[in-house]
Design a protein around this ligand. Sequence first.
Ligand code: BTN
Length: 262
Amino acid sequence: MAMLNEALLREALKGRRFGNPLWCENEVESTFVALRERIREGAPEGAVLVAEAQTKGRGRLGRDWVSPKGAGLYFNLLLRPKAAASKAFGFNFAAALGVARALRCLGFEALLKWPNDVLIGGKKVCGILCEAGFDEGGGLDFVSVGIGVNVKSRAVPEALREKAAALQEFSSIERETLLLALLDALEESVALCLGDFGAMMEQYKALCLTLGRFVAATGGQEAKGLALGIAEGGELIVEEEGGGLVYLRAADVSIRGIMGYV
Ligand code: BTN
């Protein structure tokens, strides 16, 4: 399995903010953990740590993210936003929007599932997880954005094949091309998140296939009903039978008719 072409990436990233510095590792426990050390040493906004494999990749809601060597693109991007701690949640949406837009630019029909799964053909191809650090004054010290894209089919464990897919199943793509497109789009969506949060959320909602559909939420919060919208704090608003509204913060949401929920 060919390693990422580091020289090509460095050349293409010259003068760009996201992707500088760039650390390419062979195998790490998790790119979160590996970047954490660099964050402590003062790594700047835009720093990226990418690994060929992870032995303990982390997923949402305490799950693992299986990360076989060279089968996916596993990386963390460091943000150092000058923003209040209360704004941290927005970067989940900005990251999801950036990934979906990059994939769409590359010809994939990517859509979003609240809060930040990226789907093609109703199957998850990318997961995103953000971790924030705070300063003593109530501001954000950093946001570490972890992104895992299934590129080759063997990135998707057998048991998840009904709900997840790899980019290769739709069209072939080099991981280098993908990373460069992702960093470009992320730079744009993060800037929009800070500059015009409302506009960023409008773009997110336009690609979000959860909205207007019947959903069932488990894992954290439970609810069943119509996904009406997204609240100011990023919560998914679900109207249950009987008209009661539930605001979902952290949950696993199945969409009726998609990913096996009927
Ligand atoms: C999810 O469960 O949907 C989120 C998955 C996030 C996986 C990526 S892979 C790179 C980064 N490092 C990790 O340990 N997890 C994230």
